[in-house]
Design a protein around this ligand. Structure first.
Ligand SMILES: *Cc1c(COP(=O)(O)O)cnc(C)c1O
Length: 361
């Protein structure tokens, strides 16, 4: 048996006719930049998420930048976030010459631990930036309460969590600005790079629309320093098709996760934990194991691919040496980084594959 980790090819074959037609419609019109497919997608994203404004952009990374620039993040400002995430979460903070301030994670959800946030707030703190890791929103009520108490803004890095919910609201519809990514391997992926920002604030929405096109107010008149951050029309065309089936994809991902959990229940591995009143989009099904290298190697021999999200927390990355963190600063992030391992996860993992993976684990 050979098992595909994200099974992108299978999904393309499933929707091939419709997707090919949608792509060719763009080619026939040659409306490559900001074609009507973009407007269509933004409306559908608003409907899907409940957020008042959905603004597409070139990637999840650009979405993070747009959000921070819209909130006027300046050099020296501090943004509180998690060290247990993909580099983009903090790279974008540093790119704007602001300072990422790390807070350790909760041992069960692997998301930022709200009880450790307040001690890190200073006069320079502007934003709290939780990540909805593996698809699960962080403890948003607690985080929002801290932000409100200290007059801070909240940006949610929902790159992995499109369609997840917290107390009945999608995580695109929480915080001041929420972002997502449509990178192919994310739960809702396009055929290249893509992303979006979400907000209920009309002023922020207008500013992000402008920032996305070089800060222009009207053609060749520039109100802000912005960026070239638009999504390609072709990517929007792909997403317009895939979004129609996304509710079903989410359901299937949830089923796959539930089946993994049943199959692995009686082992000594630490299985994913989803908090009360929260749903995950199951970007990853990640377990914690001892002897990870050996296990990965043995599974690989059986045709079972695994991945590590993420092997090194951000405070220990070479690019962040200048921040002055050291080993043992965030013990939970470090422990989880050394044990975490993701199993094949996509809507189409079969019962047979789950049984096979579980038996070898
Ligand atoms: C993927 C990812 C990003 C970046 O998204 P891109 O679309 O690849 O730029 C940011 N944050 C997290 C948590 C991610 O997983």
């Amino acid at each position: 048996m050979t098992i595909d980790f994200a099974n992108l090819q299978y999904q393309y074959q499933l929707y091939k006719t419709e997707i090919d037609q949608a792509i060719h419609a763009v080619l026939d019109k040659s409306n490559y930049i900001m074609g009507e497919e973009i407007t269509q997608l933004e409306e559908s994203l608003q409907n899907f998420t409940g957020a008042k404004h959905a603004i597409t952009c070139a990637s999840g990374t650009d979405a993070l930048l747009l959000a921070m620039m819209a909130l006027d993040i300046q050099p020296g400002d501090e943004i509180i976030t998690t060290p247990f995430t993909f580099i983009a979460t903090s790279e974008t903070i540093a790119f704007l010459k602001a300072t990422p301030v790390f807070v350790d994670i909760d041992e069960k959800t692997y998301n930022i631990d709200p009880s450790k946030i307040e001690e890190k707030i200073t006069a320079k703190t502007k934003v709290i930036l939780p990540v909805s890791l593996y698809g699960q929103p962080a403890d948003m009520d607690a985080i929002q309460a801290i932000a409100d108490r200290h007059g801070l803004k909240v940006i949610i890095d929902g790159a992995q969590s499109f369609g997840s919910t917290y107390k009945g609201k999608t995580d695109s519809n929480l915080g001041d600005i929420s972002i997502t990514s449509f990178f192919p391997a994310k739960p809702l992926g396009c055929f290249g790079d893509g992303g979006a920002v979400f907000t209920n604030d009309t002023v922020l929405a207008e500013k992000m629309k402008s920032l996305r096109v070089h800060g222009q107010s009207k053609r060749y008149h520039h109100q802000y320093i912005g960026m070239g951050g638009r999504m390609d029309t072709i990517q929007a065309a792909v997403l317009n098709v895939k979004l129609k089936y996304y509710e079903q994809d989410l359901k299937l991902r949830q089923e796959v996760a539930a089946k993994y959990t049943i199959a692995l229940e009686d082992t000594d591995m630490v299985l994913p934990f989803v908090a009360n009143e929260v749903t995950s989009s199951w970007a990853q099904y990640s377990i914690r194991v001892k002897n990870r290298d050996t296990i990965q190697e043995k599974l690989k021999e059986q045709g079972i691919p695994t991945a590590v999200h993420y092997p090194m927390p951000l405070h220990l990355q070479e690019c962040f040496v200048y921040l002055g963190y050291k080993k043992d600063d965030f013990p939970i992030s470090e422990m989880v980084s050394s044990e975490i391992m993701s199993l094949p996860m996509n809507p189409y993992v079969t019962d047979e594959e789950i049984a096979f993976i579980a038996s070898h684990l």
